[in-house]
Design a protein around this ligand. Structure first.
Ligand SMILES: [Zn+2]
Length: 309
């Protein structure tokens, strides 16, 4: 880990009740957002999804990409974040500027229960694309919760059939955007098949409940601190039960677009769509993730026949 920023620190609580991930992200988050000039509320919510993506990137067992999409809002139509197995992050948002301005406040406020207001028919899509797998895994669930953290916990309960708790902090100062995240997931007790009334159930539940209480005692200041070492923070939180840390992953902004990839995508577009994008003899495309502009000769994209254009 270089410095105390832009990393994912995996850990396990020694009572074997929970495993978790601690994320702190500053310059890498600023790099994702600085490709755009989003209103505060859009940038703040996208930051929360970046943190969630970083926390869940450990779900990738092989080289690949984890993608999170949130849809279903009138003011914010789409929030997308991609995280690769080696910590490359990118993200973008689609929104209606007029509708954002008509909100009570377009300023991002952490922990505000804004999700049901902004995404009344919201859907959360999580896609895992891994090398060597024929097709990606995709889970789609309704957005259930008042905050992004609640919605991700509900996703875990519904799709992963596992209990998990998330804490997310985002801050925007003169120094830029930074964010932190802490999640714990309940560990399955291997070889343990208790019968009703078994005292071990009470013990296992108590350990998990204690891990949740300890995790929730993390303050926003601790979560967003640039100087508090992750090992120190985890020890502060879980020293009662003990905590084991694993190899951390570094986070950085990385877009995977290229002239070749954009050309391939364009080649599969219907003629009518290409027609809308052409400008004289050229087709111009802007990558929504990083704002890079690509310019192609129309003739290179498609053979002109029967005066289609
Ligand atoms: Zn790009």
């Amino acid at each position: 880990m270089s410095g105390l920023d832009d990393f994912v620190q995996p850990f396990q609580v020694e009572s074997r009740s929970a495993q978790g991930r601690l994320v702190k992200i500053g310059p890498a988050l600023d790099a994702v957002l600085s490709a755009h000039n989003y209103p505060s509320i859009v940038a703040g919510l996208l930051s929360e999804i970046v943190v969630v993506g970083a926390m869940l990137s450990g779900t990738l067992k092989k080289a690949g990409v984890l993608s999170i999409q949130i849809r279903g809002g009138a003011a914010i139509n789409l929030l997308v974040v991609d995280v690769t197995h080696d910590g490359g992050i990118r993200g973008y948002a689609r929104f209606d500027e007029t509708k954002i301005k008509s909100l009570n406040s377009d300023r991002y406020v952490a922990d505000k229960p804004i999700v049901p207001v902004l995404f009344p028919n919201g859907k959360l899509t999580l896609t895992l694309t891994e090398e060597g797998k024929k097709s990606p895994y995709q889970g789609v669930v309704p957005l259930e919760g008042k905050t992004i953290g609640d919605c991700i916990a509900a996703y875990f309960s519904r799709s992963v059939q596992s209990e998990a708790v998330f804490k997310i902090g985002v801050d925007n100062s003169d120094l830029g955007w930074r964010a932190g995240g802490l999640m714990i997931q309940r560990l399955a007790q291997k070889g343990f098949q208790p019968q009703s009334g078994d005292e071990r159930i009470i013990d296992v539940n108590e350990k998990w409940n204690r891990a949740v209480i300890l995790m929730k005692s993390c303050s926003n200041t601790e979560l967003l601190s640039k100087t508090l070492h992750p090992h120190e923070l985890l020890y502060r939180l879980f020293n009662e039960d003990g905590v084991r840390v694993f190899h951390p992953e570094t986070l950085h902004m990385k877009c995977r677009c290229s002239q070749e990839k954009v050309k391939n995508v364009l080649s599969n577009f219907p003629h009518s769509e290409i027609k809308k994008m052409k400008n004289g003899r050229f087709v111009m495309v802007t990558c929504e993730f990083c704002n890079c502009e690509y310019k192609f000769l129309l003739d290179d994209i498609i053979k002109i026949d029967n005066n289609t254009y």
